[in-house]
Write a protein that binds this ligand. Structure first.
Ligand code: ADP
Ligand code: ADP
Ligand code: ZN
Length: 214
């Protein structure tokens, strides 16, 4: 099953992904996580992506599409994948459809997590992440028990460079300009399911499970 998690930065895609992949037994493919892992190891891909990420801009389509095509050709993606943060432009959506068609597959569902901009700003500016296991936190609504230490693995909890006020503003503008058109794209293909992302994480999770027939 190929499921897309669509939504603005901070909508809760990463937070919801864990439960979805557990139920569907498919890998979590987050392009943002892949770029950050590459940056950690200072690969050429990571250093190239950083130029755009730091500005709150999108990494060029051809680079992202090659990365996802490669990831979807791995054996664990035979059963499908949960795509988080991809596609983000119409060009990427078209490329995804071509990549899948070549494998006799297609997008099965696109879940849109809707959250208004003012909530997103509060979520993103308080977001923290574990450097080792990727677990997400929020300094106010879900802080780690010990300051800056991950509850799950003891790893270091940090703030992303792009979760700063100025960069957040550009990322939201980029979302509205380049990514929001995908809502209509998937809606017109009968694949879109809108989820109210403003609810608490547990409620959002139940709504997603229902939308996926789980
Ligand atoms: P995304 O992957 O869509 O960018 P995240 O899952 O990283 O978003 O969530 C962004 C921030 O908002 C994190 O700090 C997270 O703890 C918090 N968050 C996630 N879901 C909710 C929710 N339903 N209500 C309130 N805060 C949330
Ligand atoms: P968030 O959900 O908080 O916006 P992500 O972790 O998905 O963040 O993405 C972080 C950054 O990585 C984006 O701002 C962008 O620069 C880059 N990126 C991730 N996915 C894509 C994509 N599909 N196309 C272009 N750039 C991407
Ligand atoms: Zn951790």
């Amino acid at each position: 099953m190929i499921v897309i998690l669509l939504g603005p930065p901070g909508a809760g895609k990463g937070t919801q992904a864990a439960a979805i992949v557990k139920s569907l037994k498919i890998p979590h493919v987050s392009t943002g996580d892949i770029f950050r892992a590459n940056l950690e190891y200072e690969t050429a891909l990571g250093l190239e992506a950083k130029k755009y990420m730091d500005q709150g801009q999108l990494v060029p389509d051809d680079l992202v599409v090659r990365l996802v095509a490669d990831r979807l050709s791995k054996p664990d993606a035979e059963a499908g994948a949960l795509l988080d943060g991809f596609p983000r432009t119409i060009v990427q959506a078209q490329a995804l459809s071509d990549i899948l068609a070549a494998k006799g597959k297609k997008v099965d569902r696109c879940l849109l997590l809707e959250v208004p901009d003012q909530d997103l700003i509060a979520r993103l500016s308080g977001r923290r992440l574990c450097r080792s296991c990727g677990q997400g936190y929020h300094i106010i609504s879900s802080p780690p028990k010990r300051e800056m230490i991950c509850d799950k693995c003891g790893g270091e909890v940090y703030q992303r460079d792009d979760d700063q006020a100025e960069t957040i503003k550009s990322r939201l503008a980029v979302y509205h300009e380049k990514t929001q058109p995908l809502v209509h794209w998937y809606q017109s293909r009968g694949l879109l399911k809108v989820i109210n992302g403003q609810n608490d994480p547990q409620t959002v999770q139940s709504e997603i499970a229902q939308a996926l027939g789980l």
